[in-house]
Design a protein around this ligand. Structure first.
Ligand SMILES: [Zn+2]
Length: 228
């Protein structure tokens, strides 16, 4: 296990069980795709086999039974209890949530508004509990904030009905917006997890992050969780 000395990660945490979490940004390069260049960039962040899923904005959770397992599976969350595995999600506005328990069970979730509505956070916590997790701690990496997340009324009502009125917000122009971090907090609380940290960076207007909303980019930052 090594953490890149090249450039400081925009966000890092140590959670229950000594489980580590790091979120990247421009400084660590584009971590989407395949091939030696992206593998090298990922290895500079965490030098362990990465599990990167084919993210589809659903609620499916895969159980990873060996370091580097389940690569490319269609799912938006992964959990594992094996050491020396690195579970990652790639994001450019969606919310990356990393989870950990004192028993060494860890998880990662890619949650946009569709995944939140589908229950991906609850599904991840439940999968961890089935693997023996008691207290589940969670952190939220950089995602789009309400300042930049103008949202249609019908879709907002759908999210609100599941997660509560705290998700309703206004953007910087006063138009209806979704407060994605509030939705994550609500979903974690409902699932019985404890939120112990969150990035205050907005990917769309903050410096140093890729944002699909801001410029339609295909490049992605990563949030990765691992147990050294
Ligand atoms: Zn913003």
């Amino acid at each position: 296990m090594t953490v890149a000395g090249l450039a400081r990660l925009p966000a890092e945490w140590t959670l229950a069980g000594g489980i580590r979490v790091g979120s990247t940004g421009w400084a660590q390069g584009d971590l989407a795709g395949e091939g030696p260049a992206v593998e090298r960039r990922r290895g500079l962040v965490v030098d362990l086999p990465w599990t990167v899923l084919k993210q589809v904005h659903g609620a499916r959770v895969v159980v990873v039974d060996r370091p580097g397992g389940a690569v490319g599976e269609e799912a938006d969350a992964a959990v594992t209890a094996v050491p020396a595995a690195a579970l990652a999600v790639l994001t450019a506005d969606c919310a990356p949530v990393a989870l950990a328990s004192p028993e060494g069970v860890m998880g990662i979730t890619h949650a946009g508004w569709k995944g939140l509505r589908a229950g991906v956070i609850a599904a991840t916590v439940q999968a961890m509990r089935r693997m023996g997790a008691t207290r589940v701690e969670a952190v939220l990496g950089p995602c789009i904030h309400s300042c930049c997340y103008t949202f249609g009324e019908d879709d907002l009502v759908a999210v609100e009905s599941r997660l509560g009125h705290q998700v309703r917000a206004s953007d910087r122009s006063g138009r209806t917006a979704l407060d994605l971090p509030a939705g994550i907090r609500s979903a974690l609380h409902a699932a019985g997890a404890v939120m112990v940290g969150e990035s205050d960076s907005c990917t769309a207007c903050g410096e140093g992050f890729w944002s699909w909303r801001a410029d339609g980019t295909s490049r992605r930052q990563a949030t990765v969780v691992w147990r050294p």
